[in-house]
Design a protein around this ligand. Structure first.
Ligand code: ASP
Length: 439
């Protein structure tokens, strides 16, 4: 049994947190490979080491007074090293970092040092081998992750090593410079390592006990999702639920390796298990609710629209021409509605509207703004009758006016558009009917 464990920034923000991580890793011999983030926030007003590095580099590369900023970063690591009682000095590493900053080694290089240094500390603390991600994670010339080069090399390297720490977030470009993934990218490194060693499980340790059914800012005591499929997760992440980097799914998914989101501060909690498919029936008909504000709808009306060949294409062409993607497109017999991101649309609004007029000669075009979209997601919906009925009666009881409805053909989700002002009420109503009352 092999588990790859990734620890997020808040799990490694202080010596105290490091100790919890050490206990977790040592509690299960299967936890052979660890992927750390850089030290994150110790308290809510704190600054992540990654952000400190970006700032320090920006000052240093412009010839500014960077030393105090670098000293603060050193102090963060020294506090951890001392708190753990380690016989370790990062002076040599910091000297190299300083020279490279002044020599403008790049923003990505700068940011990557957070994980690099934390990897050295964690490896020292655990007595595991340290493997620099620059030697095993590769990007191609376009800056995209290069699986074909990475996988055999990483596999080969780890095949001879019983226990290792591989820092997250970065790798090498073909010209040997350092490149990082986008923010939160240590999740991706963990997934790549799990895939390379054919892990049985990829544990992603963070500071929450898994994905919540609804956003805790709306439902403060929301229940945790115990099991979720990759597809459901994709729907929820797209609509704003964030715990895991979106790109972290792809490497493990192809090999059927489940991901377990776990809480470093409550290791006994089961967390959320993310799987390809499952026979486990969800506890509730819905798996989760997520939503986003900031949409606009453009409704085009024209008598006999349905018999006009190419009408939809002509409308969408105008959006395409100006680089505005559409989110949904519910239609009636003589109407079609295009749901778009309001901000993107506003930039090209008049050009797009003029184009639609010219191309399709509609009877009218109606625009509504400040729309929120809600995705109600659940693999259980397919086999349950009346889900849509329950959603809409709950919304009606709460006096929420539904502006748009779209059920994906996979029957995995129902998208509802409401006014932004009714967003919170809508989520509360749906959570209440499916989770609290469970009727
Ligand atoms: N430390 C990086 C960040 O703050 C990457 C990560 O934590 O995954 O985004």
């Amino acid at each position: 049994m092999i588990k790859v464990v990734k620890f997020g920034g808040s799990s490694l923000a202080s010596a105290e947190q490091f100790k919890k991580v050490g206990d977790i890793i040592k509690a299960d011999p299967a936890r052979k490979y660890a992927v750390p983030s850089a030290p994150g926030k110790r308290y809510s007003a704190d600054t992540k080491v990654t952000d400190m590095l970006y700032k320090c580099y920006s000052v240093a590369s412009k010839g500014g007074e960077y030393k105090p900023l670098l000293d603060e970063i050193k102090a963060r690591y020294n506090e951890i090293i001392q708190g753990l009682g380690l016989d370790l000095s990062l002076d040599k590493e910091f000297a190299t970092i300083e020279t490279s900053f002044v020599g403008r080694a790049g923003r990505d290089y700068a940011a990557s040092r957070g994980e690099y240094l934390n990897g050295i500390v964690l490896a020292n603390y655990l007595g595991y081998e340290f493997i620099d991600a620059a030697e095993v994670i590769y990007f191609d010339d376009n800056g995209n992750f290069d699986l074909d080069t990475t996988e055999p090399l990483l596999k080969e390297k780890l095949s001879n090593i019983e226990h290792a720490v591989i820092p997250g977030f970065y790798g090498s470009m073909p010209n040997d410079t350092i490149k990082t993934f986008s923010r939160g990218g240590s999740d991706i490194t963990g997934s790549i390592v799990a895939r390379a060693v054919d892990a049985d499980l990829y544990e992603n340790w963070t500071d929450v006990s898994g994905f919540l059914i609804a956003d805790p800012r709306v439902i403060p005591d929301s229940k945790v999702i115990t099991t979720i499929t990759y597809k459901e997760l994709r729907e929820l992440s797209y609509m704003g639920a964030s715990v895991l980097h979106e790109d972290a799914i792809f490497p493990v998914r192809a090999k059927g390796i489940p991901i377990n989101i776990k809480n470093t501060n409550a290791p006994e909690d089961p967390g959320t298990l993310i799987v390809e498919s499952t026979s486990i029936k969800p506890e509730y008909t819905i798996t989760g609710i997520a939503g986003k504000k900031g949409f606009a709808t453009i409704t085009i009306e024209k008598a006999m629209m349905n018999s006009e060949v190419g009408f939809g294409r002509k409308v969408l062409e105008e959006f395409e021409k100006y680089g505005v993607t559409f989110e949904h497109m519910p239609s009636g017999i003589d109407t079609m509605t295009v749901v778009v991101n309001q901000e993107n649309f506003a930039k090209k609004e008049q050009e797009i509207l003029a184009g639609i007029h010219r191309n399709t000669h509609p009877d009218s075009i109606d625009i509504e703004t400040d729309i929120a979209l809600l995705a109600i997601v659940g693999r259980g919906m397919k086999s349950t009758r009346g889900t849509a009925g329950r959603i809409f009666s709950a919304l009606a009881h709460k006096h929420v006016n539904v502006k748009m409805i779209d059920q994906g053909s996979s029957e995995l989700n129902i998208i509802v558009g409401v006014e932004e002002a009714e967003f919170k009420d809508a989520i509360e109503a749906i959570y209440d009917i499916f989770v609290n009352t469970q009727i």
